[in-house]
Design a protein around this ligand. Structure first.
Ligand code: TYD
Length: 213
């Protein structure tokens, strides 16, 4: 049984902590789990991450930004995700192609159809079985981040508040358009409630797959 699940959300949604908690739970049940974060997860991807998120590169062009995120993703999918899915592992990815649609498409206002083509090329068309959207109002998410040192904010986090509003609205629009794949969770709820909802959804998916077999 292989399963590809992605976690998406605006800044400060807590998706990374939720993903790690799910990982621990699934490993406790004996599943083999691979949990990379994007951009990154490979040697090449980590190098790209250091370029694309580095606040020093204020001159970066939107097309370059998209192609860098996509290059890191292409490497991760080919080198790590596909082989592990082929071995029957569970892959939990901290951000995936929907981040490009939300941040570069809805956020920067770039053509969504073009981005879908680039993304499909980068991933060879690999789509998640399930995507969690950890939805949080922009002020709440940014306030959670504000606790951290603003000098440490990456290039995306430094963008204006309106940009992050478009990102959030974009996520919600994508989720609404494809409810079969997306599961939207209110990330302002207590951590344990959100984690319980995530586990319930994943368990439903796993038992559905075992019935098919
Ligand atoms: P990261 O430090 O991993 O933080 P987060 O916890 O928010 O995932 O930063 C990744 C940043 O890159 C985040 O601001 C979202 C952005 N991003 C894009 O703009 N496009 C993409 O395709 C991806 C994968 C990430």
């Amino acid at each position: 049984m292989s399963l590809f699940i992605t976690f998406e959300g605006p800044e400060g949604s807590g998706k990374t902590t939720q993903l790690q908690a799910l990982r621990g739970y699934l490993e406790g049940q004996g599943f083999r789990v691979y949990a990379p974060r994007e951009p990154g997860g490979t040697r090449i991807g980590d190098l790209v991450r250091n370029i694309v998120l580095n606040p020093e590169y204020t001159e970066m062009q939107p097309a370059a930004e998209i192609l860098l995120f996509s290059a890191a993703r292409a490497q991760l999918v080919g080198q790590e995700i596909r082989p592990r899915l082929a071995q029957g592992q569970i892959v939990l990815c901290d951000r995936y192609a929907d981040s490009t649609l939300a941040y570069q498409g809805y956020g920067l206002g770039l053509d969504l159809q073009t981005l879908r083509v680039i993304t499909a090329f980068a991933t060879g068309g690999l789509q998640p079985d399930l995507t969690f959207l950890l939805d949080v109002p922009v002020e709440v998410g940014l306030a959670r981040k504000r606790g951290q040192d603003a000098n440490e904010w990456n290039r995306m986090e430094r963008r204006q508040r309106e940009y992050h509003e478009r990102v959030r609205a974009g996520y919600r629009e994508m989720a609404e358009a494809d409810p079969a794949r997306w599961c939207v969770l209110d990330a302002t709820r207590p951590f344990d409630d959100v984690q319980a909802a995530i586990r319930a959804e994943v368990n439903r998916l796993i038992s559905g797959l075992s019935e098919v077999r």
